[in-house]
Design a binder for this molecule. Sequence first.
Ligand code: FES
Length: 312
Amino acid sequence: MDMQPKGQFEAKVSFNKKVGDKFYRLGLQFTGAGAEAFGGTRPGQFAQFDVSNVALPAPEAIPEELKDAAARQILLRRPFSFARVVRDRGITTVEVVYCVLGPATLRMTTLTKGSSISVIGPLGNGFSIPQGKKKALLVAGGTGSPPLEHLAQALTAESPTIDAIAFAGAKTANELPFEKRLDSISRELGFWLGEFGRYSIGSFVATDDGSAGFKGTVTDCLLDWLSQNSPKPDETIIYACGPRPMLASVAKVAADKRIDCQVSMEEMMACGIGLCQSCAIKCKSQTGGEVYKLCCKDGPVFDAKELLFVQG
Ligand code: FES
C-alpha cells in the first residue's frame, strides 16, 4: 500500500532564474508537513501547480507568439516533475525546470523570491532502481531532462556503485534546458553538462542540427555509445523521458539490445489523481491484449515493454 505522505501545500519561491532562451529554473521551499511530503519525492514523481492567480508579465515582455493565449484563464493545475530535491534543517527545496510555452508557464516567469503557490503532490510512481544493475543510461529528449537530473541525484546518493551516463538531445543547442555547459576540457572527458557533472556523472549532448555535440538524435547518440561500449545487457538499465516518438525509438533500441528500460511519459494531466481519465495510455495487458492505464496514477513511469506506442 502507498504510504507516502502527500497533500496540498503552500510552497515559497526561493529563486526563479532564466537558464536559456525559453527555460527557467524555479526553486520552491516547503516547511512542516510539506517538507516531509516533498522530502521523500522519488525521481519521476510530479506535482500539480496552481498558477491561476499568478500575474502576467508586462505586455511588452510577452512574446509575440503568446500574445493571444496570454489572456486565457488558467482553470487547471499544471503538472511538473522535479530536477533536484534538497532537505536541509526542516526545509525541503525542490527545483523545477519549465519551458515558456503557454499562458501558465508565461505567468510563472513573474514569480519572485518570497511569493507562494499552491502545490499538490508528490504524485505518481517514479523510477525504480532494480537490484543487480551496474550501468544506468539516462536518456533525455527536449524538455524531458528534469526527472533524469533528479534520478542522477538519487543514484549518486542511494546506489553509488551504479555507473551512470546521461544523454541529452534537442533540435538545436538553444533548446537544451541546461544552465551549465562545461568547458572544452571537461567535454573531451565526456562531461558536457554541469547538472550531471555535479554528481560526477558523465554526459553527452546531441542536436539535430549539430549546433552542439553529436549531430543527430539523442537515440542515435545512445546507439553510437552502445556500439562502442557494449555494456552487459542484464547489468544495464535505460531510463528515458521526452517526446513520445523519441521514447518509442529508445524503447526499440532497448528491446533490440535486451536491456531493461523505464520511460517517463509526458501526457496532458488535468486532475493528476486518477479522476478525470484525461491521461489514459494504451498498454499491453497480461494476456497479450490491450488495456488503458492512467499516466498520473499508474505512471508516469512505465516499463517500456508495457507500452503500445502510437507512432507519428
Ligand atoms: Fe486525471 Fe490522470 S490526470 S485521471
